[in-house]
Write a protein that binds this ligand. Structure first.
Ligand code: ZN
Ligand code: ZN
Ligand code: ZN
Length: 118
């Protein structure tokens, strides 16, 4: 009789263990986190690539010489989007299209816009 009980206990334990390990989610829950985000991994309504109207409506960032909607310095979340697009200078931690070190002509653009101050 005692042997039966022990045996039963062991099998119960085994079932419990396998139930716990079977409980682990095999699919990553990232699908929910991605919902509401654009292909550039930021919110579509803030993404100048998915919502190009932002470039028009938000105007020009004179301080950084780019469209405000594309200004990664004013809008740090854009870094993610530029990286997703592959427009990223790893060396200088800036979007390649806005990297002043690689594109010194961008600096001249800012000086120009400052010089023309109203
Ligand atoms: Zn986007
Ligand atoms: Zn700016
Ligand atoms: Zn660079």
């Amino acid at each position: 009789m005692r042997q039966m009980i022990t045996c039963c206990c062991l099998s119960l334990c085994f079932v419990a263990l396998s139930a716990i390990s079977g409980c682990k989610p095999s699919n990553s829950p990232s699908a929910d986190a991605v919902a509401g985000r654009c292909p550039h991994d930021i919110k579509a309504e803030k993404c100048p690539f998915c919502t190009p109207a932002l470039i028009e409506s938000d105007g020009f960032c004179g301080g950084h010489g780019v469209a405000e909607a594309l200004c990664y310095q004013c809008r740090p979340y854009l870094k993610t989007a530029f990286k997703a697009k592959g427009d990223w200078c790893k060396e200088h931690e800036a979007p390649d299209s806005q990297c002043m070190t690689c594109h010194p002509e961008l600096k001249a653009k800012i000086d120009e816009s400052r010089g023309h101050g109203s």
